[in-house]
Design a protein around this ligand. Structure first.
Ligand SMILES: [Fe+2]
Ligand SMILES: [Fe+2]
Length: 257
């Protein structure tokens, strides 16, 4: 209580926490945040199941779909993830459109379409590596390799194809930024690899794909996806591939276990 008898004003973050707590109570099940979500908020914390049950009498933990998120079909496809889980798709579609217009092979178009799915659906840090791992069981090895390596190649110019160090990176990271040694090492490995140019083309199409007014459409790529992405019959994420759990996590990000 303040001296005048009123309750002390809440800070912005206390208000946000209170609102979140209120929203959780509105739900039928207990929705929990994974440690990773707390880490990105700058907190090394987790709440145990018993504490959560005590704070939410009469409720059980959420063990399925989060009702706050768009509903996914029973057997989701890559297209469903584009529509229901990817936070932004314009940059991906613009990259793929550039590849298509330049007459690049379908593999390069698909690689452009998927190159940043790590960022738009999962996590920014090491997005090329995450994205490659997610798609690896379902695409040609060359496509996932190119997606993985584009992250490193973005930092290194190749004048032979007209790719310079991105001005956007100077703006984003400052003029003094230098990539980590593992990125430099992967760049050097990629430079000598037989699929170097597939990954390099991703970076080339990448730099022209940040136009907020570009008109792009996922429908233009449905056939290319159909021919080049092996959609599992059980649904993407409900199959037994080595990365199925990553898709499931995107589908059910707040499942307790
Ligand atoms: Fe990227
Ligand atoms: Fe990109």
């Amino acid at each position: 209580m303040q001296q005048d008898g009123s309750a002390p004003a809440m800070t912005m973050s206390e208000r946000a926490d209170a609102l979140e707590e209120h929203m959780m109570h509105e739900l039928e099940h207990i929705v929990t945040k994974s440690v990773l979500c707390n880490l990105v908020d700058g907190k090394v914390e987790m709440e145990g199941g018993n504490d959560l049950l005590a704070r939410n009498p009469g409720k059980f933990m959420l063990m399925g779909a989060d009702p706050r998120l768009p509903r996914m079909p029973e057997k989701p496809t890559l297209i469903d993830y584009f529509r229901c889980r990817f936070a932004s798709t314009s940059h991906l579609l613009q990259s793929a459109t550039h590849a298509l217009k330049a007459g690049h092979p379908e593999k390069v178009v698909l690689a452009g379409l998927l190159h940043d799915i790590g960022v738009v659906s999962f996590i920014r840090c090491d997005h090329g590596y995450w994205g490659a791992q997610m798609i690896e069981p379902y695409v040609d090895e060359e496509v996932s390799w190119a997606v993985k390596m584009h992250q490193a190649l973005r930092f290194f110019p190749d004048e032979s194809v007209g790719y310079g160090y991105p001005e956007m990176y100077v703006k984003l990271f400052g003029p003094e930024y230098r990539p980590e040694p593992y990125i430099v090492a992967d760049y050097e490995r990629a430079r000598k690899h037989k699929w170097y140019m597939t990954s390099r083309l991703i970076t080339l199409n990448d730099i022209y794909s940040f136009d907020p007014s570009a008109k792009v459409n996922l429908d233009d790529f449905v056939d290319i996806i159909g021919r080049n992405f092996r959609q599992p019959k059980e649904g993407l994420g409900l199959d037994s591939s080595p990365s199925a759990h990553m898709w499931r996590t995107m589908m059910w990000p707040t499942r307790f276990l």
